[in-house]
Design a protein around this ligand. Sequence first.
Ligand SMILES: [Zn+2]
Length: 67
Amino acid sequence: MSPARVNCPTCQRELAWDTAPFRPFCSERCRLMDLGAWLSEQHAIPGDEVPGQEGPALPEQSLKDST
Ligand SMILES: [Zn+2]
């Protein structure tokens, strides 16, 4: 029987899940702070998402040039 305990993502304080009115945060303040951080983080990403299709440019052909 372990009571559900979580750590506030903002201040890392441990709180009881059942009684936390602003879960998973310990307080409304932390919730707003996290929301602000999240939004600013979204803002900080200018579109740097690489889909992963970026392969090597295959420069090996130029190596075969010397015969
Ligand atoms: Zn907190």
